[in-house]
Design a protein around this ligand. Structure first.
Ligand SMILES: NC(=O)c1ccc[n+]([C@@H]2O[C@H](COP(=O)([O-])OP(=O)(O)OC[C@H]3O[C@@H](n4cnc5c(N)ncnc54)[C@H](OP(=O)(O)O)[C@@H]3O)[C@@H](O)[C@H]2O)c1
Length: 172
């Protein structure tokens, strides 16, 4: 309901395979393990589609979160490998808490960094720029997406330790 109000969306439930047929862009809103299994199963259907990965692979240290990945193995690079293609895979939205996206409250000009190749990255950035209060920035190739993946555990730890409702970033 709140999402519908924000973007006048027409929302219908479908199986992944059916939804992909009608879609130009598929967003992998699942954790890395299931995402890789889904990508392997759906790689043929996703061949000509734009794919957006907000996936962050995280571990725990005590009650705090830590990044799990080494720089050369970002979640988006792993996803591209499972899909068997990389030119249509874009990484982004790692630093926006989901509740901020579906809340009817306005977003406060948060920066969102996107990684990948053109023209896929430009298409995703143009689409995201239509969401009021989000400012898309180009962060370079897919391999660099580990930088934003590292930021997410920091934001979650800041939220926990400082009793914030949610933390995001804004670059000037
Ligand atoms: N939440 C955020 O604020 C946020 C911010 C930045 C990035 N991300 C990234 O976005 C992704 C999703 O985050 P989330 O917080 O929504 O994760 P989540 O709470 O684990 O939700 C994952 C969704 O994946 C589904 N799922 C679980 N196992 C599955 C499987 N084997 N096959 C298909 N679907 C499966 C779950 O469905 P059921 O409910 O039916 O189990 C659920 O709807 C993660 O990679 C996360 O790192 C999230």
């Amino acid at each position: 309901m709140a999402l519908g109000k924000r973007c006048a969306a027409n929302i219908r439930g479908m199986l992944n395979r059916e939804a992909i047929k009608e879609a130009d862009l598929a967003v992998f809103c699942v954790r890395l393990g299931p995402a890789l299994r889904l990508a392997t199963r759906l790689r043929e259907a996703l061949k000509t589609k734009l794919v957006l990965s907000p996936i962050v692979s995280m571990g725990h240290r005590g009650n705090l979160r830590t990044p799990k990945l080494k720089p050369s193995t970002s979640a988006a690079v792993k996803l591209a490998k499972a899909l068997g293609q990389r030119s249509n895979v874009v990484a982004g939205l790692h630093t926006i808490p989901a509740f901020m996206l579906y809340s009817p409250e306005p977003l406060h000009n948060y920066s969102v960094v996107f990684y990948g190749e053109q023209p896929a990255k430009g298409a995703v950035m143009r689409l995201v720029s239509e969401i009021g209060g989000l400012h898309p920035l180009d962060g370079g190739p897919l391999e660099m997406s580990f930088l934003s993946e590292y930021t997410t555990p920091l934001l979650l730890n800041l939220k926990k330790l400082n009793e914030c409702r949610g933390c995001s970033v804004r670059y000037y």
